[in-house]
Design a protein around this ligand. Structure first.
Ligand code: UDP
Length: 452
């Protein structure tokens, strides 16, 4: 990729305060930094990134707007709505101060790039005549599904009765009502307000997606039609970025030594990401499904992710005896090192967009257990369009997880799915190489930023 000589134009990044949004934004920062740009990250105080992990970036904090109530209720929608309502003035001050600091002839702020949810930043940038670009950290299909959800709600079809859940949504193939990106935390109205704010790209000059043309060609063409500004598909960004982790939780790297001891494609990796949760019944079914499958597993149980318990204290001694050395449980894993590991056999995932991309890039087939929001859209595509995973449809009754694990790890079905997953891995690699679609798109994006 072309470097930009001695110019050190600055790009101001505004991530939304959630792990699945911070990771791609900081990956984009590291890509731009390695292409000659200086980076300033303006972040919320809630879930703030750790500056010491990114010594080359400058960090500025927005005022604290998140009330304890919203955080405790896990109401991400309310937290971000507060940021949008209260941070524009402070952000404009930050930008103005940065503009003053950047006085050199080859220096200055080229643009801001903000998470689609942090749309107050575009308004502030416009006030001081700086260009802005939107980063969408979910898939293009999710963007289309959100637009459909807003329309269906306006027409009175949401909430929908259980009898409609399998009905296809007109013009949104292959999604069904049950695949709509409906939240389960907080109020639906909050989320819809946020979706509408994020969909209105106002004065933005372009849109960046952390997605890949080979996966989302048709969805991205439709979003381009709707949005009418240049769209850059530059995913998977983690494959262009330096390996630096932006984890908010401490990664337990001891699991890598455990993986080193296991044979090729023999381990199931289980993680539901940074926000999803289970109730105790699902957790217990998960535990026994893994144990009864007789397969090796690495299981991330994020503290607080099981409703009503702290961590794994409710698992009985009989479970621990049963699994012996076959299972390894951690609080948070270095996922980007886990998935490429040769021992990886399958990924039991909630299908957050980052996890989905990371899994596809490494050719790891998935068992999809979406919980809410865009995870449902992603799971449908993984299962029905890309065919690199199984979606768990039913409630987690005894036997469901054991059967699904064995279908991928033991049965012929698993072998053909691994083959397809490996094909995708090769296709994705081509997209990121010189001349590949994501690489070209990234070069175009850099040219555009320089042209500002
Ligand atoms: N992740 C991680 N360690 C874990 C679980 C997740 O590093 O134990 C990372 C994962 O690699 C991904 C992000 O956290 O980049 C989760 O984002 P995703 O979009 O998959 O899900 P979300 O957390 O937003 O629901």
């Amino acid at each position: 990729m072309e470097k930009q000589g001695k110019r050190r134009l600055r790009v101001v990044l505004v991530p939304a305060p959630f792990q699945g949004h911070i990771n791609p934004m900081l990956q984009l920062g590291s890509i731009l930094h390695s292409n000659g740009f200086s980076i300033t990250v303006v972040h919320a105080q809630y879930n703030s990134p750790n500056p010491s992990i990114h010594p080359d970036f400058s960090f500025l904090s927005l005022p604290d707007t998140s009330s304890d109530h919203n955080i405790l209720a896990g109401d991400g929608g309310a937290i971000v709505l507060q940021l949008n309502a209260k941070c524009k003035a402070r952000f404009r001050e930050c930008l103005a101060a940065e503009v003053m600091r950047q006085q050199g002839p080859d220096d200055g702020i080229a643009c801001i790039i903000h998470d689609e949810l942090m749309y107050f930043s575009a308004a502030a940038a416009k006030d001081i005549k700086l260009p802005s670009i939107v980063l969408r950290t979910s898939s293009a299909a999710t963007f289309l599904a959100r637009t459909a959800l807003m329309n269906l709600k306006a027409e009175g079809h949401i909430p929908f009765p259980e009898s409609r859940s399998q009905d296809p949504i007109p013009e949104l193939y292959p999604l069904r009502f049950k695949d709509l990106p409906i939240p389960i935390f907080g109020k639906l109205e909050n989320t819809l307000q946020l979706m509408s704010g994020a969909a209105n790209i106002r004065t933005s000059s372009a849109i960046i997606y952390n997605t890949i043309d080979c996966l989302e060609n048709s969805s991205s063409a439709k979003t381009q039609q709707q949005c009418q500004v240049p769209t850059f598909l530059i995913g998977p960004m983690h494959s262009f970025a330096s390996a630096t982790s932006s984890s908010l939780l401490e990664e337990d790297t001891s699991c890598l030594a455990w993986l080193d001891k296991q044979s090729c494609n023999s381990v199931i990796y289980v993680s539901l990401g940074s926000v999803a949760f289970m109730d105790i019944k699902e957790f217990v079914e998960m535990a026994w499904g893994l144990a009864n499958s007789q397969q090796l597993f690495l299981w991330v149980v994020r503290p607080g992710s099981i409703r009503g318990v702290e961590w794994i204290e409710i698992l009985p001694e009989s479970f621990k005896k049963n699994i012996g050395e076959r299972g390894y449980i951690v609080k948070w894993a270095p996922q980007k090192e886990v998935l490429p590991h040769s021992a990886m056999g399958e990924f039991f995932s909630h299908c957050g967009w980052n996890s989905t991309l990371e899994s596809i890039c490494e050719g790891v087939p998935m068992i999809c257990k979406p919980c809410f929001g865009d995870q449902r859209v992603n799971a449908r595509y993984v299962n029905y369009i890309w065919k690199v995973g199984l979606e768990l449809d039913s409630d987690l009754e005894r036997g469901v997880i054991e059967r699904a694990v064995k279908r991928l790890m033991v049965d012929e079905e698993g072998k053909s799915m691994r083959k397809r997953s490996n094909n995708f891995k090769e296709i994705v690699k081509l997209c990121t190489r010189e001349g590949g679609s994501s690489n070209n798109s990234l070069n175009e994006l850099i040219k555009m930023i320089v042209s500002f």
